[in-house]
Design a protein around this ligand. Sequence first.
Ligand SMILES: [Zn+2]
Length: 320
Amino acid sequence: MGASGPATHPTGPAIRTVLGDIAPADLGICDAHDHLFLRSPQLPGQELDEAGPAAAELAAFRAAGGAAVVQWTPYGMGRGIAELPRLARESGIGIVTATGLHQAAHYAPEALERVHADLAGLFVAELTEGIGGSGGPRAGMIKVAGGFHSLDGHARHTMAAAAEAHHATGAVIGVHLELGTGALDVLDLLCGELGIPPGRVILGHLNRSPDLTVHRLAAEAGAYLAFDGPSRAHHATDWRLPDALAALADAGHGDRILLGGDTTAAGARSVNGGPGMPHLLRRLGPRLAHALGKDLVTRILTANPARAFAADWRWAATGS
Ligand SMILES: [Zn+2]
C-alpha cells in the first residue's frame, strides 16, 4: 500500500474512500451525491475546477455536522483526483469518488473513442488499482447515465461495462436519470438483463420526476433511490421532495432513500452564496424531520449510505 492506502484493512464490507477503505460504521453523516470537481462541455463557464473553493465548501459542510461526501463525477470530467486525498485529509471529511462514464454529450468524441473498447477494464482498474495508475486514489462507485425516458446505444454499452465491473469488484452502480426519468428501464437493463442485484443500484435524481408510483416500484424492486438538490434548474420539483419521501417511508421503504446536494456549478456553492453542501443539514434535514421524523432522517443520512456504498471488494479479472 502506498501513502494513499488504508490505515486499517477492515474485513467484510467496506467503503472505499480516496484515503483507503473504511468500515461502514465509520462513514457518519453523508452527502450521498455531490460534486467537488466537475467539467463538461454542457456546462461552459460553470466548471468546478479549483481546490480552494472545494476546500471551503468541505469546511462549511463539516461545520454543519457533515462527515462524508460521495462525488459522482465520472471518468474524463475533471474529477480533481490529484487534489482529493489532500482535501479529505485537511477537511476531515471522508470522500468517495467515482469511476464510470456520463452521457456521450459530456465528452469530446475522440475522448470516448479512446476508452470505448475496454470500458469495463478501465472501471475495474480505477476501482481496484487506482485512478491514473496503480497507487492513485481508488474509485468507490461506478457512475453511469440514462437518457430522457430512454436508453441509447451509448447508455447500454456503458451500463454493460458497469455491470461487468460490478461483477468483478462488487462496487455499487449509481445512475444519473435524465430529469429523473427512465428508472424502470434502467432496472430492467441492469437487474433484469445484466444480473446486478437491485440493492447494488442507486437511482439518482428521482426528485426531478416526482412520480410516486415509479418511486415505489423501484423501491419495491430493492434499488436505492437518491434524491438531491435544491437546484435552480429543478426548482419546479424540489418542493415535492418531502411528500415523495414520506410516501416511500409510509410504504416501508425508508431504508432505500439517499440524500445529496448535487452541487454542479460554482454559483450553487454555499461559499459563493448558494445553498451548497451545508443546506442538506442546515435546512433540508430539519424540514424532512417534520415529514419523516428525526430518527428516520438520521438513518437516511448515515445507515443508508453506509449500506449502499459498502462493498465486498473483489479483485477478480473482468474476463474480457
Ligand atoms: Zn450529480
